[in-house]
Design a binder for this molecule. Structure first.
Ligand code: FES
Length: 159
């Protein structure tokens, strides 16, 4: 895969989306950005530039979307992106102990990637699982009612 331009397939997919009449601008941008992140693991600068050129949407607007939605990353991430809810219900349910167990086990802090490229850990806000906290999201899969032991067991399943 080229490291400085979008693949032909992604270009074609974005072009096809752009041609859809009445497709809301928001949907066009979000679908395109999700597809790019799925392919590259993050949103590279060149991808934002090309997305802007293909869709005719100003680079500043593309950039604003990427900055606003924290699920988009502009840096290469680990093979598995792990999000911990830091909102009040999960906090009261023991979020700090979960995060400490993970940081102690893997030797990295929230916002960092493990040296082997296996995980990137980050905080997120409420995921709608407030009555089942502490909650965590890995590659789109939600885990709830975590304990320090349980979180480490779950993470071991991800290579
Ligand atoms: S507060 Fe954590 S999921 Fe809502």
């Amino acid at each position: 895969m080229s490291t400085n331009e979008l693949t032909r397939q992604i270009k074609e997919e974005i072009e096809e989306l752009s041609r859809k009449r009445n497709l809301p601008r928001h949907t066009l941008l979000m679908n395109s950005l999700h597809r790019i992140q799925e392919e590259y693991g993050y949103i590279p600068d060149f991808a934002m530039q090309e997305l802007s050129e293909i869709t005719g949407i100003a680079p500043a607007e593309v950039n604003a979307y990427v900055s606003f939605y924290h699920f988009f990353s502009t840096e290469p991430t680990g093979r598995h992106k792990v999000w911990f809810c830091r909102t009040i219900s999960c906090h009261l349910a023991g979020k700090d102990q979960i995060v400490k167990a993970v940081q102690d086990r893997f030797g990295v802090k929230m916002g960092q990637t493990t040296p082997d490229g296996r995980f990137t850990f980050a905080f997120t806000n409420c995921m709608g699982m407030c009555d089942k906290g502490p909650a965590m999201l890995i590659d789109g899969e939600t885990y709830t009612k975590l304990t320090p032991e349980k979180v480490l067991e779950i993470l071991e399943k991800y290579e």
